[in-house]
Design a binder for this molecule. Structure first.
Ligand SMILES: [Zn+2]
Length: 92
């Protein structure tokens, strides 16, 4: 799956009961993923990031775990199919 980061998502506050978007992702994905989701990155996951599917009509926001560097990237990048894309409550 190819995805791109949602610009300006830093202002989106996690839902009540969650201290971070990474915590929200872990709770909904029901799996533990230690590594950043980007296939071309070896760093540990540090944040839950808002992304959209690239090359897709689906404009909804999804949360995936990323490192802080990948959270800042603005290119299209690939994530493995086993990464659960948790629908964000901040969808358009
Ligand atoms: Zn990364």
């Amino acid at each position: 799956m190819y995805v791109k980061n949602v610009a300006g998502s830093d202002s989106l506050i996690p839902p009540q009961g969650y201290n971070s978007w990474l915590e929200f992702w872990k709770d909904h994905a029901r799996v533990y993923l230690k590594k950043c989701s980007a296939t071309d990155c070896d760093k540990d996951a540090e944040v839950g990031a808002h992304v959209q599917k690239a090359y897709s009509d689906d404009e909804n926001y999804y949360i995936i775990p990323l490192c802080k560097i990948c959270k800042r990237r603005n290119d299209v990048y690939e994530i493995p199919d086993y990464v659960t894309m948790v629908p964000s409550p901040n969808n358009l």
